[in-house]
Ligand binder design. Structure first.
Ligand SMILES: Nc1ncnc2c1ncn2[C@@H]1O[C@H](COP(=O)(O)OP(=O)(O)OP(=O)(O)O)[C@@H](O)[C@H]1O
Length: 326
């Protein structure tokens, strides 16, 4: 059994829109438009899409906050809405914009309350808290009231709070939003460590693609409520033909730049002093040897394909045809 099973999951909202000076008309917004998905134990899944694609609505259905309009969701074998209380013991949730901590209490007291709420045995609680304290550097602010914590400190507290009952699945909605680089690294490092342990399934939605690159072996891209890509980041690059680039700076421009087999001359810059090759079937060595025979090389660098570029191209492509599977 997969940890997450979605079959034709759909959510429609009815909204009232202005139709003239006084009249209002009902309109149906399809936020999630038939999602089929299987996520296995220990998978780290990036769930991304442009604004309004239906990511949060999907997470809300998976965590029992919203009922689907059609289709089915199973998380840890449970129906998220009908079995919400039992599900709460098996999942952890971190929503960047919302808190599950007690605002006026010191962070440590929130953790203690959560221990009682989830009925975690004292020894197991202490061991898990110790691990989070070490990995997330919590000790400096454990006695600080939550409302006085910085955003980065609070997020580290939220992650701890979501994990103290040892959930099978952790849902994270924009966990690094608004964090500085150091806090981002701390959060990503912690999640990577959690992923390496292999027991917890992670579902991560984010607009920060560096989160995905650092953490997720599998990427699901949604648009207009439908899945438009499901696979690795490498598969996404392959699908959109993004290639590694070799940037060669020359002492002097060449009248005829070489054309190594398996690499395309992508751009000529700096009045011919810089040649940029896109690798197709050739490797970096072939480009270097083709250049070394005819030019004096001053510098050489390799530019990996940029996930931001390829995802932007995917977001700009036309809306998926609802009659065709992604
Ligand atoms: N409660 C609601 N009532 C009406 N429409 C809603 C409601 N919640 C979401 N929607 C609509 O459903 C669509 C999907 O919204 P959702 O918040 O799931 O997108 P998202 O992918 O999480 O976007 P973002 O990246 O901006 O957070 C949007 O068109 C949104 O306006």
């Amino acid at each position: 059994m997969s940890v997450i099973e979605l079959d034709g999951l759909r959510k429609e909202f009815t909204v009232r829109v202005k139709a003239g000076r006084l009249r209002r008309q009902r309109r149906t917004v399809t936020a999630v438009d038939g999602i089929d998905l299987r996520v296995e134990r220990g998978e780290l899944l990036g769930y991304i899409g442009p604004n309004g694609a239906g990511k949060s609505t999907t997470l809300k259905m998976l965590t029992g906050v919203l009922s689907p309009s059609a289709g089915q969701a199973r998380v840890c074998g449970l129906r998220p809405v009908a079995d919400r209380t039992r599900l709460a013991l098996r999942i952890g949730v971190v929503f960047g914009q919302r808190s599950q901590l007690w605002w006026d209490l010191p962070l440590a007291d929130s953790f203690d309350l959560l221990r009682h709420l989830y009925r975690v045995p004292a020894a197991a609680h202490a061991a898990r808290l110790r691990r989070c304290r070490d990995l997330l550097d919590l000790d400096d602010f454990l006695t600080t009231p939550v409302r006085q914590l910085s955003l980065g400190q609070r997020m580290r507290g939220e992650l701890t709070a979501a994990l103290l009952h040892d959930p099978q699945v952790l849902f994270l909605d924009e966990p690094t939003i608004g964090l500085d680089v150091v806090s981002k690294q701390a959060v990503r490092g912690f999640l990577a460590e959690l992923g390496r342990a292999g027991d917890t399934t992670l579902v991560l939605t984010t607009h920060d693609l560096a989160d995905i690159e650092r953490l997720c072996a599998r990427l699901v891209v949604v648009d207009h409520g439908r899945v438009v890509h499901d696979g690795s980041i490498a598969a996404l690059h392959a699908r959109y033909g993004s290639r590694r680039l070799v940037v060669a700076d020359l002492d002097a421009p060449l009248a005829v730049p070489p054309q190594p087999v398996g690499a395309a001359l992508h751009r000529v810059e700096a009045d011919g002093h810089r040649l940029v090759y896109a690798l197709e079937s050739a490797g970096v060595a072939e480009v270097i040897s083709a250049l070394a025979g005819v030019a004096a090389l001053r510098d050489l660098s390799i530019v990996e394909p940029d996930i931001e570029d390829v995802v932007a191209r995917l977001y700009r492509s036309p809306a998926p045809d609802p009659r065709r599977p992604a």
